[in-house]
Design a protein around this ligand. Structure first.
Ligand SMILES: [Zn+2]
Length: 85
């Protein structure tokens, strides 16, 4: 399906999230996010490291990523997420 929606971009908010994803002294969690286009199979990978108290911020980021569509053909990516704890 064609998707015209773009993720809502709030640059200031995004910057803040990236800066505050890790609290000192807490164990790190890594989220491996894979986006794959169901149409042309283009694949993009992201990796995010954060601490458990920041899971809410990560979930917000994942919701935004979930709206991304393929750069080549515009299909909405399938999103796969793996957590390494
Ligand atoms: Zn595609």
């Amino acid at each position: 399906m064609p998707v015209d929606s773009k993720p809502l971009a709030d640059d200031d908010q995004k910057k803040q999230e990236e800066l505050s994803l890790i609290s000192e002294g807490l164990p790190l969690i890594t989220a491996k996010i894979t986006l794959q286009c169901p149409n042309c199979h283009r694949t993009r990978r992201f990796r995010n490291t954060f601490t458990g108290d920041k899971i809410d911020l990560i979930l917000v980021s994942i919701k935004i990523i979930d709206w991304l569509s393929c750069d080549d053909c515009g299909f909405l990516y399938n999103t796969g997420i793996e957590f390494e704890i």
